[in-house]
Design a protein around this ligand. Structure first.
Ligand SMILES: NC(=O)c1ccc[n+]([C@@H]2O[C@H](COP(=O)([O-])OP(=O)(O)OC[C@H]3O[C@@H](n4cnc5c(N)ncnc54)[C@H](O)[C@@H]3O)[C@@H](O)[C@H]2O)c1
Length: 262
């Protein structure tokens, strides 16, 4: 089976996809998945060197998604090179929430909100005219941290919680124009942003004990959820956040999980 057959589309149906946060983790997995399934990908990240070894031969663009310029440039590139844009995966994100009372805490929150919230707003704003033509779709990467709070993670929680509601609002604004807007909410996923956890085996084991499926996610599992939301199989889905968390959010968390000794 060729990669094109894999996608269920012929070469004439190759979609054009922008992925932000493409140099690493979930974004990298999404770039490589869309490319392997025969689609054209424009990969955007602030980390130029991380973009250099992406598989699937994407077009790479370097820039900070919290600014308008790179978002507009990505859309221009899609239209100049391929004449269309079908999907934007607005995935770039950052953490690093400081204690509320520490010096510079509000400025740090502005930075996090700039990347995680303003970035997808710029990204969708730039893409909408092109998506309207293709009746395309946008996928934001929210988080389970946008569904509940975490200790010590207030700025990140705020940014991701806002995204969950933003997809509802944008879905309403653009449904009549044929543009779908959705999000994924990953649970803990093995990427650079969670490397602190992965370097601490005792903490990782404790976290995995609380996840019903008993393990963290691989970035490829998040990319598959993005793929689904972007695909024609999701043609009636808009304004939703697809939780991809191994059952974490399903659990009230009071009782121990089966097999944990009670
Ligand atoms: N890994 C997890 O457990 C997890 C869980 C829930 C949500 N998420 C979200 O998934 C998304 C992808 O993160 P990941 O886990 O793959 O982490 P990652 O650190 O591997 O990848 C994030 C990428 O975003 C890029 N980026 C950061 N700031 C940027 C900016 N201003 N402009 C352009 N690019 C920028 C980084 O350079 C990096 O390549 C993020 O939005 C993150 O918040 C991750």
């Amino acid at each position: 089976m060729t990669s094109t057959e894999d996608s269920g589309t012929g070469t004439e149906d190759r979609r054009v996809v922008i992925v932000t946060g493409a140099a690493s983790g979930i974004g990298r997995a999404a770039v490589e998945l869309f490319a392997a399934r025969g689609h054209h990908v424009i990969a955007v990240d602030i980390d130029e060197s991380g973009l250099s070894d992406l598989r699937g031969d994407p077009i790479v663009l370097t820039g900070d998604v919290s600014a308008e310029e790179i978002n507009a440039r990505a859309v221009r590139t899609a239209l100049d090179r391929f004449g269309r844009l079908d999907t934007v995966v607005l995935n770039a994100g950052t953490g690093g929430t400081p204690p509320l009372e520490s010096p510079g805490a509000v400025e740090a929150a502005d930075r996090i909100l700039g990347v995680n919230l303003r970035g997808p707003i710029h990204g969708l704003r730039a893409a909408i005219p092109a998506l309207r033509h293709t009746r395309g779709s946008a996928i934001f990467t929210a988080s389970v941290a946008g569904l509940r709070g975490d200790p010590g993670n207030w700025a990140y929680n705020a940014s991701k919680g806002a995204l969950v509601n933003l997809v509802r609002a944008f879905a309403l604004d653009y449904a009549a124009q044929g543009v779908r807007v959705n999000a994924i909410a990953p649970g803990l996923t093995r990427t650079a942003i969670t490397s602190g956890v992965h370097r601490n085996p005792a903490l990782l084991a404790e976290i995995e004990r609380r996840i019903p499926l008993g393990r963290v996610a691989e970035p490829e599992e998040q990319a598959e959820a993005i793929w689904f939301l972007a695909s024609p199989a999701a043609s009636y889905i808009t304004g939703t956040t697809l939780v991809v968390d191994g059952g974490l959010d399903a659990n009230l968390g009071i009782l121990p999980l089966p097999g944990q000794g009670f």
